[in-house]
Ligand binder design. Structure first.
Ligand SMILES: [Zn+2]
Length: 131
């Protein structure tokens, strides 16, 4: 779908933003809500520390806010102009979309956030592994 080496690949698959080889998450399926935020501490392939500093992923909140707003606006436009729903119908459609996609949004936000700071490296073997 997306080529390895692009930020979109790492964002959509939740793979390590540096080597794009291993998943950052212990459970790849975000709909297991108890493990939605459970992440490996280090990448098994390149040794990147995902949580670079305490509460690093706090900033992902802003990304998830932006994603939620974008989805809400998109949902509103589609329900109003494609399905011609009433205002109340559109409202519940948006709520439904946001609730159903919440785990996906939560993870996408983290993936986008970490990709702001870390770029793909073709040969990440240069990175020193943690001891
Ligand atoms: Zn890696």
């Amino acid at each position: 779908m997306f080529k390895r080496g692009t930020k979109l690949y790492s964002i959509c698959t939740g793979s390590c933003p540096k080597c794009h080889k291993d998943s950052m998450y212990i459970n790849k399926n975000p709909y297991y809500l108890s493990t939605v935020y459970k992440m490996h501490e280090y990448c098994a392939s390149c040794g990147l520390k995902f949580k670079m500093e305490p509460s690093f992923f706090f900033g992902a909140m802003y990304v998830s806010y932006a994603l939620g707003t974008a989805l809400g606006v998109g949902g509103f436009i589609v329900s109003q102009y494609v399905f011609q729903l009433s205002l109340l119908g559109s409202f519940f459609t948006i709520i439904g979309i946001l609730v159903l996609l919440m785990p996906v949004i939560m993870r996408l936000a983290r993936n986008i956030w970490i990709n702001f700071f870390i770029n793909f490296e073709k040969d990440p073997s240069l990175v020193e592994r943690p001891k």
